[in-house]
Design a protein around this ligand. Structure first.
Ligand SMILES: Cc1ncc(C[n+]2csc(CCOP(=O)(O)OP(=O)(O)O)c2C)c(N)n1
Ligand code: SF4
Ligand SMILES: [Mg+2]
Length: 264
């Protein structure tokens, strides 16, 4: 019997069809698609290092064809700062959740932004600790019900939801890039991420992008309720847009690389 050779699928197609491990309707996959497109457009796949945190972000550990490191909860930023300092020619991306960035790892975010470290940080804000079952996080909205705020978040007891990009924009030195995008506008989100990567490549400074994202599993929402929550309630409290763009003239002479790779 004659055996006919099977047609080979194009390599890029095989890569694009790899299944992800997120729940149906999860926003993580959309944020990662935006990141992947930004990396492709800048043609930096060969020298990009991807770092993911603990939380649902860790499900990306084998998602990209990039050298990847998975770190302790909230420690993704300092680990990638270390890699960048010893290998300044690499482009480093720290990918983490709102719990990791604004609670458990908040000190790392604040210190790295204050030092204007050359990393690009992407924080997925889904208003709670998703992987562990939907507990209240610094980003939980007033009145929002979670596993640990069953009657709704009481901001008299717990404070107001944390505004991560606003915090970073207020402390990061000249040269920082800070923006907040949303999975409901993926092309804009991709452009913000691309600018954050370019800012690192130019040596300007710290780059920070928060992405409003969906967690229908823990929100217990259907598709319409999920999008309504992002586009109305979340976007109202967390305004979308660029908060800091570097003034290239003021950034001035690019920071000099010291013998240990650190830039000043
Ligand atoms: C140091 C440390 N504290 C707590 C945990 C437990 N833990 C694992 S995932 C997680 C929540 C992650 O939430 P977030 O960072 O918002 O990511 P998401 O799952 O929502 O994407 C927690 C508290 C841990 N793994 N390590
Ligand atoms: S628990 Fe939420 S954030 Fe985690 S994969 Fe499922 S939908 Fe996404
Ligand atoms: Mg979260």
């Amino acid at each position: 019997m004659e055996v006919t050779a099977q047609p080979q699928m194009p390599k890029v197609w095989r890569a694009e069809t790899k299944p992800h491990k997120f729940c149906p309707g999860c926003g993580h996959g959309i944020v990662l698609k935006a990141l992947g497109k930004a990396i492709d457009e800048l043609n930096i796949q060969h020298n990009t290092i991807f770092g993911c945190d603990i939380g649902c972000s860790l499900l990306t550990w084998d998602f990209f064809n990039l050298d990847t490191i998975q770190t302790h909860h909230g420690r993704t930023i300092p680990v990638l700062v270390g890699i960048k300092r010893v290998r300044p020619e690499l482009v480093v991306v720290s990918y983490m959740g709102d719990g990791g960035a604004y609670a458990i790892g908040a000190q790392h975010l604040v210190s790295s932004a204050n030092r204007n470290e050359l990393v690009t940080v992407i924080v997925v804000n889904n208003t709670q600790y998703a992987m562990t079952g939907g507990q209240m996080a610094p980003t939980t909205l007033p009145g929002q019900k979670t596993e640990t705020s069953p009657y709704g978040r009481d901001i008299k007891l717990t404070g107001k939801p944390m505004l991560g990009p606003e915090l970073v924009a207020s402390i990061a030195p000249e040269g920082a890039y800070v923006a907040r995008g949303t999975v409901s506008n993926v092309m804009q989100l991709k452009n913000f991420i691309k600018k954050g990567l370019e800012n690192q490549i130019k040596g300007n400074g710290f780059s920070f992008i928060e992405a409003l994202s969906a967690c229908p599993t823990n929100w217990r929402t259907n598709a319409a309720e999920t999008w309504s929550f992002i586009e109305n309630e979340m976007s109202e409290y967390f305004p979308i847009g660029e908060l800091r763009t570097p003034d290239e003239k003021k950034v001035g002479e690019k920071r000099k690389v010291t013998s240990n790779g650190a830039k000043h």
